[in-house]
Write a protein that binds this ligand. Structure first.
Ligand code: AOF
Ligand code: ZN
Length: 353
C-alpha cells in the first residue's frame, strides 16, 4: 500500500469528521482530488439530503485545475454511492468527470450499494483501490453500517469513574467526579448523536437534562427506560424543551404524558431488553445513541453485547468505598488526558462492519 494513499486517506477522514452530527442517518464522508502530489479539490458531506462529499470535492476545483481532473486520483473515505435517493449516484459523477483512479477505505453496506459502486467503476475501466486505512475507515463509517446492516443504532457507552474504579458512592445520590473539560466534551459528543439514553434510577437521582447546552450543535433526543411509566413528570427530561422517548413495558403506559414526550411500549418481560430498546429506537430514526448510565443500564448493554464503543472518563479523585464501575471485556484502544481526568476509549471489535 502506498504511503501517499494513506496520507490522503487520513485527510479524507479529517474532512468526513466535519460532518459529525449533521448527516444522520447518512454516513459522514470526506473526499479529495489529488493531481501530481497537489490537492486540487476537497469536500465532505455537510448535511443530510445535500450534496455528497465527492460532489463537493469536484465542485471545489478551481477553473484552471479542472483540466487535471481526468488525470487525478479521487480519495473517498467510503465507497461512492451507486443509487439515486436524495442526490444522483456519485459513480456517475466519477465517470462523467473521467476520473481514472479512485481510492476508498471501506464499503458502504447500504443494501443497494454494498460493493456495487466499486463494481460499476471497475466495469467502466476505472482503477479502484479498496482498503486503505481500512480499520480506521470502518470505524468512521460504523454508525451508518451498523444502522443499515443490523437495523439498530450504533451504541456508545459513556461513564465517569474514580481513580480507584468506583462508579458512585454506595448510597443513591448524585456525585460528580470528573472535571469541567470532560463535561463540555460530553456535551460535544451529545451533539454528534441522535439520542442519549439513561435508566430509571439515573433519571430520578440525577435529574439530568441530557442536552448539549455547553456545546454548539444539534440537540439529541432524550431516551429514558421507565418500565412502569412511574417517573415523576416534573423531572428535567420532561420539560418539553427537547423530544423525550419513554420506553415502557408493553402493558404499562404512563398515566400522564408531558408535551414533546413519546411513549414507546416496547420492552417485553425477560429477554435482553437492550435489543428491544435499540430496535424501537432505530424505528424512530435514531442511528447513533449514547448510553450514559446508570450502572445497571450500562451493565445490561455490556452483558447483551449491545455496544460498539465505550468512552470512560477517569477522575483523579479516589473514592475508597463505593459501587464498582462496570468492566469491559476488552482493553482500551486509546487514552487521552483531559486536564486531571483521563479518557479511555474502547471499541467492540466484534461489532465492526
Ligand atoms: C457517497 N458520498 O458523501 C455520502 C454517501 O440519500 P442520499 O442521496 O444522500 O444517498 C444515500 C446513499 O449515499 C447511501 O448509500 C449512503 O450510505 C450514501 N452516502 N455516499 O458516495 C457521500 N454521504
Ligand atoms: Zn454519493
Amino acid at each position: 500500500m502506498l504511503l501517499e494513499d494513506q496520507r490522503y486517506m487520513q485527510r479524507a477522514f479529517d474532512l468526513a469528521a466535519l460532518g459529525k452530527g449533521k448527516v444522520s442517518p447518512n454516513p459522514i464522508v470526506g473526499a479529495l482530488l489529488v493531481y501530481k502530489g497537489r490537492i486540487i479539490g476537497e469536500g465532505y458531506h455537510r448535511a443530510y439530503g445535500e450534496a455528497h462529499a465527492e460532489v463537493n470535492a469536484v465542485g471545489s476545483v478551481q477553473p484552471e485545475d479542472r483540466k487535471h481532473i481526468p488525470h487525478a486520483t479521487l480519495y473517498v473515505s467510503l465507497e461512492p454511492c451507486n443509487i439515486h435517493r436524495n442526490t444522483p449516484p456519485c459513480t456517475l459523477l466519477i465517470l462523467r468527470e473521467r476520473i481514472p483512479r479512485v481510492v476508498i477505505s471501506c464499503l458502504d453496506h447500504t443494501p443497494e450499494v454494498d460493493g456495487s459502486g466499486v463494481q460499476r467503476l471497475r466495469d467502466a475501466g476505472v482503477e479502484v483501490v479498496v482498503g486503505v486505512l481500512e480499520e480506521q475507515g470502518r470505524r468512521l463509517s460504523n454508525i451508518r453500517n451498523t444502522f443499515v446492516q443490523q437495523c439498530r443504532p450504533y451504541v456508545i457507552l459513556k461513564w465517569g469513574q474514580s481513580a480507584d474504579g468506583q462508579f458512585a458512592p454506595k448510597a443513591q445520590q448524585q456525585f460528580w467526579l470528573t472535571n469541567a473539560f470532560s463535561k463540555r466534551l460530553v456535551h460535544k459528543w451529545r451533539s454528534e448523536v441522535d439520542g442519549v439514553l439513561v435508566g430509571y434510577q439515573t433519571a430520578l437521582t440525577d435529574d439530568p437534562r441530557l442536552s448539549n447546552r455547553l456545546f454548539n450543535g444539534p440537540q439529541p433526543k432524550r431516551v429514558v427506560v421507565d418500565r412502569k411509566g412511574s417517573l415523576p413528570t416534573d423531572l428535567n427530561i420532561f420539560d418539553g424543551s427537547l423530544t423525550t422517548f419513554v420506553m415502557t413495558d408493553k402493558q404499562v403506559p404512563p398515566k400522564f404524558i408531558p408535551t414533546n414526550t413519546k411513549v414507546l411500549p416496547v420492552l417485553q418481560q425477560g429477554g435482553a431488553w437492550p435489543k428491544q430498546a435499540l430496535q424501537a429506537l432505530a424505528d424512530q430514526g435514531v442511528s447513533a445513541l449514547i448510553v450514559e448510565g446508570g450502572e445497571k443500564t450500562l451493565r445490561a448493554f455490556i452483558e447483551s453485547g449491545c455496544w460498539d464503543e465505550a468512552r470512560v472518563i477517569e477522575a483523579a479523585t479516589f473514592m475508597g468505598e463505593g459501587r464498582p464501575a462496570p468492566l469491559l471485556p476488552v482493553a482500551p484502544d486509546q487514552s487521552y488526558r483531559l486536564g486531571g481526568d483521563q479518557l479511555f476509549w474502547y471499541f467492540n471489535s466484534l461489532n465492526l462492519h
